[in-house]
Design a protein around this ligand. Sequence first.
Ligand code: SF4
Length: 77
Amino acid sequence: MLQTYRAPEMIVTFDPRVCIHSGVCLRTLSAVFDASRSRWITPELADAKEVAAAIDLCPSGALNYKFDDSSPDKADS
Ligand code: SF4
C-alpha cells in the first residue's frame, strides 16, 4: 500500500512494492530516511529541496514527492 508522509512544504510518497532496498535514500539523507523509526520518512527534518534531491536518486521510483503549494503561507489572498 502506498505510504504518504506529509510535511509543511512537501508530500512524500513511498511504495514498498516498488522499493528494491538499495538503501540509497538511507545513505543520502539519514536524518529524513531512518528505517528504525515507525514513521521512517520524516521530510520536515531537512530542507525540502534536499529531500527532493535525495528522492531523485532513488533507483526504483519507489519514492516520489510533490511540493505542497496549498500551505497557508503560500496561498493566494
Ligand atoms: S532509495 Fe528507493 S529503492 Fe532504495 S531503499 Fe530507498 S526507497 Fe527503496
